[in-house]
Each structure stands twice: as C-alpha cells, then as structure tokens.
Design a protein around this ligand. Structure first.
Ligand code: FAD
Ligand code: FES
Length: 273
C-alpha cells in the first residue's frame, strides 16, 4: 500500500516513469506511482539528470499517482518528452500557492493552450457549477479534448475547432448574456490572462490566475521569478485580483534566464500558446 510522502524542497526524489501517455504530436504526460500531497495550481521542479531542472504543474492527481503533461518546446522539454516507462526523473516540491476553492461558487475556468494543464485537476476537483472555456492556436493544441465530463466551450485562433476567436470573447459574451459568476480561474499566455483580469475588473468578478515566470529554486530564495514585490514560485504562481491590481509587472515585465528584464509587450515568445 502506498504511504503519504512529503517531498523536501532542496533535494530531488528520484522516481521511475510508470507510464507515458502521448496526448498529441506536441504533448505527452508522464505518470508516477507516488502519493504527492497537492493542491490544484501547485507545481514541482522536474530534473532530467544531465540536462536541467524546470517547473511543471501537476496535471493528473490521485491518492497514489500523479502525472505531468509536457509540451515539447526547447531542449529540456524535448528530452523530457522522450522519457519512457522505467526512466528515472528527479522531483522537488510541490511548491507555491494553489487555487482557492469554494465548492458553492459558480465558476468559470478559462484555459489557453498549455494553460489547460494546471486547471485540469481543478476542473476534476470542482466538477459542478462550472462554465469551462478552452482555447488554443488550433485543434492540435487543444489539450485533453476527451478528458472531462464537464461541457466545454472550445475556440481556436484559426477556427479549426469550436468557435473562431479568443477565449476572452467567449468569457465576455457569457457575462453579457447575464450569467452570474462568483469566480474566474485562468491560465494561458500572459496577455490572455491580463485580458481576463481586465474583463473581471470591469464586471466586478474576482479572479485567480496562474502566472509563469522563469524559475530556478522553486521556493523563494534565488529571486529568478520576481514579479513586482513578490516571487511567483512562493507567493504564487496563483494570484488573485487584489494582488494583480498592485502588480505592476503583470503583462509588462519579466526576467529572462540571464536575469535581464524583458518588456512583455515586445517579447511575444515568453509564454507562447
Ligand atoms: C509554475 C509553472 C508551471 C508550468 N507548468 C507547465 C506544464 O504543466 N507543462 C508545460 O509544458 N510547461 C509548463 N511550464 C513551462 C515550462 O517550465 C517551460 O516551458 C519549460 O521550462 C521549457 O523548457 P525548454 O528548455 O524545453 O524550452 P525553452 O526553449 O528553454 O523555453 C520555452 C519557454 O519556457 C520558458 N522557460 C524556460 N525555462 C524556464 C524555467 N526554468 N522556468 C520558467 N519558464 C521557463 C521560456 O522562457 C520560454 O517561454 C510551467 C512553468 C511554470 C513557471
Ligand atoms: S524560483 Fe527562486 S525565488 Fe522563485
């Protein structure tokens, strides 16, 4: 029988990949037999020995297993996605603040591209009173198209799946149709989350978004993920409306691996879909 473990911050625990599930040409999920204490929205640091260590959200979770969904982007994620059953990987965490959940709330979940991954366990945990909006560049980038019982309003930039347009168009439409929402949860490209936040402010609806910044330590000591006066790994990655109102770096500035800051309005690839 599996026991409950707490993974320590500084030292990775080595785990064997139990199963690999190919989600599409660009996404694969690695599953581990490990009982990880976890709240939707938290993340782990994934270490591929000899390559690097990077932050990943938990996208599948049960009492005895968890899974991480990886989108193939650069060197690290290409290597991680090539791992298979029996390969060893290091895990530190879970880290950060997850989503605050109130079971009685009527909620909207807004997912853009790979931003679906941190929201997936939230959808499964809440599973009622949800309006679920999910968008991506095109059909191939819609993650877990058949995973949930909850009905989803799909959209793609090129119209290859669902409505042609943006998740924010659908969100505003739903609000204007008179739907009442107590909370909006969002994850996706930063510009998308910023626009979700602006819509929420306009209509007086609280929101929680999961912010992405370059991360190294994962527990608040290196400063790589600084975001205004906060660090995304420890104070976030989930931030609520109040914190976002005072966060001048939101959708404006982020630090690169080098520590140099970058203007997000001109650095499109920071969080590409
Ligand atoms: C809290 C959090 C949770 C994440 N969860 C997921 C997830 O569930 N699935 C997923 O596919 N991706 C997730 N990411 C993004 C993932 O960490 C990066 O895409 C990955 O590090 C890319 O590495 P690479 O070498 O393959 O690509 P690169 O070509 O090096 O980078 C591709 C993109 O990832 C960013 N990135 C690179 N290294 C880091 C780093 N150390 N920290 C933060 N961003 C980085 C780059 O700035 C760039 O935007 C998450 C990021 C954060 C901060
Ligand atoms: S990653 Fe080191 S402070 Fe956030």
């Amino acid at each position: 029988m599996s026991t409950r473990h707490t993974i320590i911050d500084q030292k990775p625990v080595m785990l064997k990949v139990e199963k690999k599930q190919v989600e599409s040409d660009s996404f694969a999920t690695l599953f581990f037999n490990y009982s990880l204490p976890f709240k939707p929205g938290q993340f782990v640091m994934l270490w591929v020995p000899g390559i690097d260590e990077k932050p990943y959200t938990i996208s599948f979770h049960s009492k005895t297993k968890f899974g991480i969904t990886i989108e193939a982007k650069g060197i690290f994620s290409q290597k991680a996605i090539e791992l298979d059953r029996g390969d060893l990987i290091g895990i530190r965490g879970p880290f950060g603040k997850g989503f605050d959940i109130n079971d009685n709330n009527k909620i909207v979940i807004v997912a853009g591209g790979c931003g679906m991954a941190p929201l997936a366990t939230l959808v499964e945990k809440v599973n009622q009173n949800i309006t679920f909006i999910h968008g991506a560049r095109s059909k191939e980038y819609i993650l877990y198209p058949d995973r949930f019982d909850t009905e989803r309003l799909f959209c793609t930039d090129n119209g290859s799946f669902g409505h042609k347009g943006l998740v924010t168009d659908i969100l505003e439409e739903q609000i204007l149709f008179g739907r009442h929402f107590d909370m909006v949860y969002a994850c996706g490209p930063e510009i998308m989350m910023y626009n979700v936040f602006k819509i929420c402010e306009k209509h007086n609806i609280p929101c929680q978004i999961s912010l992405e910044r370059y991360m190294r330590c994962g527990f608040g000591v290196c400063g790589a993920c600084v975001c205004g006066r906060q660090v995304a790994c420890k104070d976030g990655p989930v931030f609520g409306s109040k914190a976002l109102r005072n966060m001048k770096d939101f959708n404006t500035k982020a630090l690169l691996k080098s520590g140099k800051d970058v203007d997000l309005s001109t650095y499109f690839s920071w969080r590409s879909q």
